[in-house]
Ligand binder design. Structure first.
Ligand code: ADP
Ligand code: ZN
Length: 722
C-alpha cells in the first residue's frame, strides 16, 4: 500500500519523499483508523488526507472553517489535476449546482465544506447517497472551547461522524496545547494510540530577537536585505500599523496595511495583493494571517512584543511554509512589556490575568535567554530541544561576547536610582545620567543631582541594555505596573564596593546578526529564476490564482539550477507532477531552453523516464553530494571553491551527512585545521572529557582560545574516527 502511496506522492504532487510522520499517518488513514494529527504549520497536514483521498474509491469530505482556506486548497488541487470542489456561499447557483453534480456522480474526490454547510439537511442527504470514505476535520482546535477559534458547529461533527460510520475520521490541528488536544480526542472519541504528534521545531526559521533601538531604522535596514520577497510585519495597534505602513511606503517599499479597522473590502484586497505577489509586505495587527496559506513568506517581523509565546509561535509560523529558510525578527523593548501589562490589567477575570502574567514570563524567558532560543520556545510546548545549539538562531550564531567589569558603571546607575528616590523607570534614570535637561528632569530638579551627566560615555541604548542586566543580576527590582526601579541588598553591596559586577557591554551600533538571505541549499541562477518568476506570475494572473498554485518557489529554484530541457527531466523536480508538467511545462521549458541556448548551458539532469535510480541521483541532497566528493579525496578547501560556499557551510553539510549515519574519512579534517599539533591535542583531549556534542562547553573549557570554526573541524574529525 505504501508503494502505491509513494507513487501518488511522486506522480500527482511531484514530491519525492514524505515529510516526518506523513507516511505513518497516511497508512493509518488508509487502514481506516481514526487519526489525530498535531503538526506545526508547514508540517504538511493537508497531504495526510489529500493523498488517501486519491486512493479511496469514494469521497473525502474536508471540513474547513474558512472560505479562503477552502478556495486556496481547491485551487491547488485543481492545478494538480485533482477533482476537488467546495460548497459555500461564494458560489453562484450555477456553480453550486455544478459542484453538487460532480459530487453526486462520484467524479469529485474531495469536497470542502464549512461545518454549518455540512449540517444543512440537503447536503447531508446528498452525502447519504454517496460513498463517503473519509471525513477530515481541518483546524480541529475549533472543536475546543479552550482553543483560540472556538466554533460551536464543530461540536456537531461528532454526529456527522456517526451518520457516516464507514468513513474514517482524521482530525488535524497545529495547536500544541495539551488541553485542546484532549478536548478534540474526547469530543470525537478518539483513542490515544492513533494520535500523531510532530515536533514543533520549525527547522527552517531563523529566530532573532534584538533590542529595539530605532525601530523604523532597524526595520528598513532589515527589509533592504529581502528585496522582492514577501514578508509580514506585526504591530500591536492599528495606529502603529497605519503609521509604519505609510513610512515604509514613503521609503519606497511595496507595502499595504491590514487591521480590523479597515473596511472588509480593503482588507480583502490587501490580502489578495499580498498572496498574489503584487505587494511584498503587509504591516498588520494579529488580525492578519488566519486563512493565509502563502508558502513563500520569507520573513516575519515583530515590531512590538507579541502577547505570549503561543502568539509569537503562531505568527512566525506563517513564514517559510515551503520549507525554505525564512527569517523571524523580534524587536524587543521593555516599554513594550508595559503595553502587554496594560492589556493584562484590562482583563476582568482574575484567573485569566494570572495565566496571562505567567505567559508573559515565559515570553521574557525566551527573549532574555543567552542560550539557544529554541530551548525555551520548545519547552513552552512541552518539548525538549534535542540539541543545545540549533545554529539557526541569533544566540547560536553570534560568537559569545566577553564579559567585562561593569562595577563602576553599575555604581553610577544604582546611585542615580537612589538619588531619584527609587521612583523612576529605566529611561528617566538614563536621561539623568546622560545629562538631559528635558522638562521632566527640570520639573523634578534632577539636573541638580550629583549624578546628572555622569554617564555620557554610553548611548541611551547601551544604558538600557546595561540596566536590564542589572535587573537580571538581581541588583534592582522593577515594579511591573509602573516600571520604577528599587534597589536590592545586593545593590548596596555593589555601591559599597563589596561586590563586583561582570556583564556584557553592547556596541553602539545596530546588533549585527546578518539575516541569511540565501533561501535554499541550492545555488541557482538568479537571472533565470527571475525570468521564470515573471512567467509564473503571468500565468497565475491569467488563471486568477496565486503564483504558488502554478509552482512553488522551490520548483523555480530547481529549474534555475538543473536547467531541465524536456518534460521528462522537468518531472524529476520538486513539485512537478504529471498534470502540472503537462499544463505548465512547455512555457517554462521554452524559457529555460532559450536561456541555455544563448549561454551554451547544458542541463544538469539525466533524462530517463521515472527511473528511480535517476530520480534519487538527481534528488540527492546537497550534503550527500558534498560528502561524496569529500570522501573521494577532495579537500575541504577545494570543496569551498567548487561549491562556492564558505567553509562553515561545507562543515555543516558534512556534519549532517554524519548525523544521517554515514561515514567520512577522518584525515581531511586534520589537513584543513589551522591549529598546531599541540592545540589540536588540547581540543581532542577536551572532547574526550566532555564529549563532542556540546561545542560551547568545549569552547569554554579551552578558555575561549580556540574558535568555533576550528572546533567544528575537529569535531568532525572526532566523529569520523572509528
Ligand atoms: P500545514 O497545513 O501543515 O501548514 P501544508 O499542508 O500547507 O502544511 O503543507 C506545507 C507545504 O509543504 C505545502 O506547500 C505542501 O505542498 C508541502 N508538502 C506537503 N507534503 C510534502 C512532501 N511530502 N514533500 C514536499 N513538500 C510537501
Ligand atoms: Zn539556537
Amino acid at each position: 500500500m505504501i508503494e502505491k502511496a509513494s507513487a501518488v506522492l511522486n506522480n500527482v504532487f511531484g514530491y519525492h519523499e514524505f515529510k516526518p510522520l506523513q507516511k505513518d499517518i497516511i497508512l493509518n488513514v488508509l487502514n481506516k483508523q481514526d487519526t489525530l494529527v498535531i503538526m506545526p504549520t508547514g508540517g504538511g497536514k493537508s497531504m495526510c488526507y489529500q493523498l488517501p483521498a486519491l486512493m479511496f474509491s469514494g469521497l473525502t469530505v474536508v471540513i474547513s472553517p474558512l472560505i479562503s482556506l477552502m478556495k486556496d486548497q481547491v485551487e491547488q488541487l485543481e492545478a494538480l489535476g485533482v477533482e476537488a470542489v467546495f460548497l459555500n456561499s461564494s458560489l453562484d447557483s450555477q456553480q453550486y449546482q455544478n459542484n453538487m453534480d460532480l459530487i453526486r456522480s462520484g467524479v469529485a474526490k474531495l469536497l470542502y465544506v464549512a461545518p454549518e454547510t455540512l449540517l444543512m439537511p440537503r447536503i447531508l442527504e446528498l452525502l447519504d447517497r454517496c460513498q463517503v470514505d473519509a471525513l477530515a476535520i481541518d483546524e480541529a482546535h475549533c472543536i475546543s472551547e479552550w482553543g483560540h477559534d472556538f466554533r460551536p458547529e464543530y461540536r456537531q461533527m461528532v454526529n456527522v461522524r456517526k451518520r457516516f460510520s464507514n468513513a474514517v475520521c482524521i482530525a488535524l490541528t497545529a495547536t500544541a496545547t495539551p488541553r485542546v488536544r484532549e478536548d478534540i480526542k474526547q469530543n470525537l472519541g478518539f483513542s490515544a494510540s492513533n494520535e500523531f504528534l510532530a515536533s514543533f521545531n520549525r527547522e527552517n526559521l531563523f529566530l532573532e530577537i534584538v533590542p529595539k533601538a530605532n525601530a523604523v531604522g532597524q526595520t528598513v535596514e532589515f527589509l533592504k536585505k529581502f528585496p522582492d520577497q514577501s514578508g509580514i510585519i506585526y504591530c500591536l495597534s492599528r495606529k502603529q500599523v497605519d503609521e509604519l505602513s505609510d513610512t515604509l511606503a514613503q521609503n519606497g517599499f511595496s507595502v499595504k496595511p491590514y487591521h480590523a479597522g479597515l473596511g472588509e473590502d480593503i482588507r480583502k484586497e490587501n490580502q489578495e495583493l499580498f498572496i498574489r505577489d503584487d505587494v511584498q509586505i503587509v504591516v498588520a495587527t494579529v488580525a492578519f494571517g488566519m486563512g493565509i496559506n502563502k508558502p513563500n513568506v520569507r520573513f516575519v517581523i515583530h515590531y512590538d512584543l507579541p502577547k505570549n509565546i503561543e502568539h509569537y509561535y503562531q505568527e512566525i509560523g506563517r513564514a517559510g511554509r515551503d520549507g525554505l529558510q525564512a527569517h523571524c525578527l523580534l524587536l524587543f523593548s521593555y516599554g513594550d512589556i508595559q503595553k502587554v501589562k496594560y492589556f493584562i490589567s484590562q482583563m476582568t477575570n482574575e484567573q485569566e490575568q494570572l495565566v496571562a502574567t505567567l505567559h508573559l514570563n515565559d515570553l521574557l524567558a525566551m527573549v532574555e535567554t543567552d542560550v539557544c532560543r529554541r530551548i525555551p520556545l520548545l519547552k513552552y510546548f512541552g518539548e525538549t530541544f534535542q540539541s543545545d545549539a540549533c545554529e539557526i538562531c541569533d544566540n547560536c550564531v553570534n560568537e559569545k561576547k566577553p564579559l567585562v567589569d561593569l562595577t563602576e558603571t553599575a555604581q553610577k546607575f544604582l546611585s542615580c536610582v537612589k538619588r531619584t528616590g527609587e521612583l523612576f523607570g529605566i529611561m528617566h534614570i538614563v536621561d539623568v545620567l546622560r545629562g538631559s535637561e528635558s522638562q521632566k528632569i527640570i520639573k523634578f530638579r534632577h539636573h541638580l543631582l550629583s549624578t546628572h551627566g555622569i554617564g555620557t560615555e554610553y548611548s541611551k541604548k547601551q544604558w538600557s541594555h546595561l540596566a536590564r542586566q542589572f535587573i537580571q543580576k538581581g541588583l534592582l527590582n522593577q515594579d511591573l505596573q509602573h516600571g520604577s526601579l528599587k534597589l536590592t541588598q545586593k545593590a548596596y553591596n555593589v555601591m559599597l564596593g563589596r561586590e563586583e559586577v561582570m556583564g556584557l557591554l553592547e556596541e553602539d551600533t545596530t546588533p549585527a546578526t546578518k539575516p541569511k538571505v540565501r533561501h535554499s541549499d541550492l545555488d541557482f541562477d538568479e537571472t533565470l529564476f527571475e525570468l521564470l518568476r515573471q512567467e509564473r506570475k503571468r500565468m497565475a494572473d491569467s488563471m486568477g490564482v496565486p503564483p504558488y498554485v502554478v509552482f512553488p518557489d522551490k520548483t523555480l529554484m530547481e529549474m534555475a539550477h538543473f536547467y531541465p530541457q524536456s518534460r521528462d527531466t522537468l518531472l524529476q523536480l520538486h513539485g512537478v507532477g504529471e498534470k502540472k508538467a503537462q499544463r505548465f511545462g512547455d512555457e517554462f521549458l521554452s524559457i529555460i531552453n532559450n536561456f541555455c541556448d544563448e549561454r551554451g548551458i547544458r542541463e544538469k539532469l539525466e533524462s530517463s523516464s521515472s527511473s528511480t535510480a535517476t530520480q534519487t541521483q538527481t534528488k540527492k541532497r546537497k550534503f550527500t553530494v558534498i560528502a561524496e566528493a569529500y570522501n573521494e579525496g577532495k579537500s575541504i578547501q577545494q570543496l569551498t571553491s567548487d561549491f562556492e560556499v564558505k567553509q562553515e557551510t561545507i562543515v555543516q553539510n558534512l556534519l549532517k551527512y554524519l548525523q544521517e549515519g554515514n561515514k567520512l574519512r577522518a584525515d581531511g579534517f586534520l589537513q584543513a585545521s589551522k591549529l598546531d599539533d599541540e592545540d589540536q591535542m588540547r581540543v581532542l583531549e577536551m572532547f574526550r572529557h566532555l564529549g563532542a556534542s556540546r561545542l560551547r562547553d568545549v569552547f569554554d573549557g579551552l578558555s575561549e582560545e580556540i574558535n568555533y570554526d576550528e572546533l567544528r573541524l575537529l569535531q568532525l574529525y572526532w566523529l569520523s574516527q572509528d
